[in-house]
Design a binder for this molecule. Sequence first.
Ligand SMILES: Nc1ncnc2c1ncn2[C@@H]1O[C@H](COP(=O)(O)OP(=O)(O)OP(=O)(O)O)[C@@H](O)[C@H]1O
Length: 479
Amino acid sequence: MTGVSSSYHGEGAAERTPGENSGSTHPGLVLLYAPNFEQFHPAYVFTVPELIIGRDATNPICVPEQAVSRQHARISYVEGRWMLSDMGSRNGTMVAGRFIGEHALENLDEIRIGDAIFKFVAAGAEQYVRYRIDGAIFGEKRARQLNELVGGCQMDAIAADVERIAPTELSCLVLGETGTGKEVVARGIHRVSGRRGSFQAINCAAIPHNLLESELFGYRRGAFSGADRDKPGLIKLADGGTLFLDEIGDMPLEAQAKLLRVLQMREVFPLGGTTADKVDIRVVCATHRDLYTQVRDGRFRGDLFARLNEHVVRLPPLRERKEDVMLLARSFAARYGAPRMSFTFSVLVALMHYNWPFNVRELESCIKRGVALSGPAGGSILDAPHLPDAIAEFMKGYGVRPPPDGLGPSSLAPIPSLPGQPISQAQPSRRGAPTEEELRELLTRHRGNIAAVGRELGKERMQVHRWLKKYGIDLEKYR
Ligand SMILES: Nc1ncnc2c1ncn2[C@@H]1O[C@H](COP(=O)(O)OP(=O)(O)OP(=O)(O)O)[C@@H](O)[C@H]1O
């Protein structure tokens, strides 16, 4: 018995974890990224109160890397909390970019051991065990219709839900922060619904209030000055199809009343019209606002809310599903013309560490920019200098060791192998031989860790040893 379950068959998952009420929602570690990710399980479900992480294959969580100590860190359940303790490892244990000695784990804490990055989940770790970060799925694979929603287990569950309700008549409310994919879901609902009419979208926050009604409901000639011909609104255009109302929480009360009438009577009165047009629309709405509060405060009609809220889809922010970052990054690289683009290790560390306030849209822009900057001349390798300033700024202080006895920030390397290694081992190395001075500087920074120096240079360890010999460098002086 190892204390973790990483099998999708779920053996061991029925055991109770201390503090857990349900046998099916265990805490655990989910792999976000490791250069050799194929050698890891996608997730490690905790089934006993103490387990060790380390290089030894006998450890419940084995991180097969030289930079990792044989017994590197311990996870234990103490007085109602999951504690992570470094076991005096050579290269240290990090949480959220800081070295720790002992740390009480919080849900979604980012843990780094050697070059492996995990997130701690306080519950539900078992749902991740089938989904590898490159998109491979172990066990029985569900035939997914909603392929535009890129992601692992969380997106798969959402896609299954969307596919189930898409062919029904239910109105759907899609909730999530900006850039989480609400419009992607709305379009997906329409596509999977099989409705023959068109998909029409409007952002209620982006259109001046006086124009919103004419856009939505249309108008008859002469309805107002400038209305020199009849114009159908989006509701009419979406007849037989789907109307997507983005930022519905920003719709003025008057327009809300008219929309409710359309939904109840299934007919639309254009502005200035005396006769109604019959319409058959499916409505999907989105908002980042709390509509319950809006209803309570009288800013949103309760009856309309009830009519729109027949089914709710919640999209998690990207910071809560970082296990999808690599898959998304690869898919955006392909979307912007670099399907074979690779990412250096330092870029992946940064992508996993950044908190993505603007969610998937921000990641998409980051990769789009990276493709443009690293293009054919850059060999389509996305490296740290291609990252936007916001991410570079966020990485400041990553891996800085605490100052010894208050003597100011340590000049030690952020972490043994921060910059350098592309995902694809087939990549040609990015540079030639370092000068003796460069090599000595790297050895000092990485405290004589050859694997880390090699990663930074994009070279094998043997090559680094050859350079040591060539320059007559004594490795022991750096350890
Ligand atoms: N799961 C996903 N898979 C692939 N692309 C995604 C995903 N989520 C979002 N995107 C992409 O991110 C961008 C933003 O998505 P979208 O416009 O759907 O977000 P939104 O939640 O509607 O944003 P807003 O609230 O600001 O309108 C789009 O280019 C979309 O293609």
